[in-house]
Design a binder for this molecule. Sequence first.
Ligand code: GDP
Ligand code: MG
Length: 196
Amino acid sequence: TESWSSASTDSAISTESPSANGPFTVVLLGDSGVGKSALASIFAGAADSMDIDCELYGGDICEQNVMVDGETATVSLLDTWETQDEDSCSQERCLQSGDAYIIVYSITDRSSFLRASELRIRLRRVRQADHTPIILVGNKCDLVRCREVSVSEGRSCAAVFDCKFIETSAAMQHNVWPLFEGIVRQLRLRRDSAET
Ligand code: GDP
Ligand code: MG
């Protein structure tokens, strides 16, 4: 489903408004070991990266200018989920601070897939009725022999939860940039439709 792209995009504002190109805060969520930091380090490895150590989150935040569809967007990627205390207060703050969310599971670990669903439900509770872009990511798709979650299971989970879906391999650098580009496109559509 193309729920975000169905928003009106017929305005000339889209290329002129600075907010259509960020800065956007994108938050990585998911179980330990699924590859969040591996994905974040690929993002950080791009040209002119600027690492920011932000005490507020106590974790890794990387701000990056990324070129998508001929325009530069500024994205801050937060790999801070696991450094949050288990107390729901700081996790709740994390769940409220994003302009978009990447929920990562490992295709080799069914429990991480179930955790991804839980996170989606928590996110929906915190961010009720807003259309924050969310992408469900099945990482480690290079490990074909260890697969525990099929592509169609991932895809139908995303359909149920009304979010996008992509399988990636941080190890092989497969689909990682399409993931980040897809998020920027969704964020631009959201900003455009919010302004018109
Ligand atoms: P995090 O806890 O979610 O931040 O996960 P990490 O990024 O630390 O990754 C956990 C482990 O999985 C590390 O040993 C990574 O090298 C490995 N890993 C991450 N992504 C991939 C992938 O796409 N394929 C494979 N084979 N291993 C991966
Ligand atoms: Mg990590």
